[in-house]
Design a protein around this ligand. Structure first.
Ligand code: ATP
Ligand code: LTN
Length: 331
């Protein structure tokens, strides 16, 4: 066999400042998986416009996410890094997948329910978002999809759609597996441990942005909500705030949760939070430096062009196969 490497695909929306949740839940695994897999990492701009985006802000955020991928360690020589909208197969297969998806399936999606809640008018794109995400993954016959915990339901739908297509039109799609981090698959808000840390939270104190300056990071962590106790102990049900911070600590330092617990035994939250902030700064500061170098080097355009060309090669072939099986005439 010419190419036996398993395929990995994932994407992040250019809908705001990337957070530590995006890093721990997704990007960190992108970087490690590229050692052993053929990888496709997109900036999902077509998904971002399912809620209104200002065109200038969308352009800036798109470049920012792509530059952060590289700054975090994604190597564009190994992995395709590209804009979703630059590979036309996504929009085409997205439509085909929409016709295989039932209204009931889309109505059950919790991300849709959360994002539509309280809005007078919601775009139809937000509703069919999961069908486009399924197309993203299936267009490469990806084996593994590194994502945070909040994407579980979308991945289940993708697996169902792959199975449905295969049983209707003959075995064709790979049924993909989600790939979650062991610790930190759902990093919670710093001000409310019942909500996930999110780049679209209007309270900037609730998240750590990957581009927050060190002093802002220190301040946000020192203000993070904790319980009134003083024991640094991993107990997600009983001590959700401290457990969330411990997960971040473990992911930033490489220590296990037990090692973090042992290190801060009998010390209270003060020194734990201070050293947590230093761990986060130590990881993010070099990444921020690389980010600024990448943005000013002008290298992004070429990386994105090459990434899209490489991705199109794979995705076009798959879409061609889908068209044929569904009964479209050859073009
Ligand atoms: P928004 O809240 O604006 O919808 P988001 O911050 O959830 O966006 P996405 O672009 O939807 O960001 O997610 C990109 C990736 O980051 C996904 O794999 C998602 O699961 C992961 N992710 C996002 N937030 C977290 C979090 N708090 N903890 C772990 N993973 C996360
Ligand atoms: N829905 C995802 C973003 C996304 C994605 C994908 C993730 C769009 N297409 C394909 C993995 C694979 C989110 O994080 N909100």
């Amino acid at each position: 066999m010419v190419n036996a490497m398993k395929k990995v695909l994932s994407g992040i929306q250019p809908s705001g400042q990337l957070t530590l949740g995006n890093y721990i839940g997704a990007i960190k695994n992108f970087v490690s998986l590229q050692e052993t897999h053929e990888c496709f990492f997109m900036v999902v701009d077509l998904h971002a416009i399912t809620v209104p985006q200002d065109p200038a802000a969308l352009r800036e955020q798109s470049q920012s996410v792509a530059a952060l991928y590289l700054a975090a360690g994604i190597d564009p020589k190994r992995s395709a890094v590209y804009m979703q909208s630059h590979v036309r197969a996504h929009a085409e297969l997205g439509w085909l997948m929409t016709t295989l998806t039932s209204m009931g399936e889309l109505e059950r999606m919790t991300q849709f329910k959360d994002k539509a809640a309280g809005k007078d008018s919601v775009g139809a794109g937000l509703f069919v978002y999961p069908s486009l995400m399924a197309a993203d993954i299936l267009a490469y016959n990806a084996d593994l999809v590194p994502v945070g915990d909040d994407q579980k339901q979308h991945l289940e739908l993708t697996r169902d759609l792959a199975g449905r297509f295969n049983s209707r039109y003959g075995d064709f799609f790979t049924v993909p597996q989600p790939y979650f981090p062991e610790i930190g698959a759902r990093i919670m808000s710093l001000d409310d441990a019942s909500k996930k840390m999110s780049k679209s939270n209007p309270n900037a104190g609730s998240y750590i942005a990957l581009l927050d300056p060190p002093d802002v990071i220190r301040k946000k962590i020192s203000r993070a909500t904790t319980d009134s106790g003083r024991e640094v102990k991993y107990d997600p049900a009983g001590k959700p705030e401290v457990s969330n911070l411990m997960g971040i600590y473990a992911q930033m330092s490489g220590l296990s949760l037990q090692e973090v617990e042992a290190k801060y035994e009998g010390q209270g939250y003060g020194s734990f939070k201070k050293e947590l902030a230093e761990q986060v700064v130590a990881q993010l500061e070099p990444m921020q430096q690389r980010y600024h170098e990448i943005r000013s080097s002008g290298m992004l355009e070429e990386v994105l062009r090459e990434g899209a060309a490489k991705a199109s090669e794979t995705a076009e072939l798959v879409v061609e196969g889908v068209r044929e099986r569904m009964g479209f005439l050859k073009r």
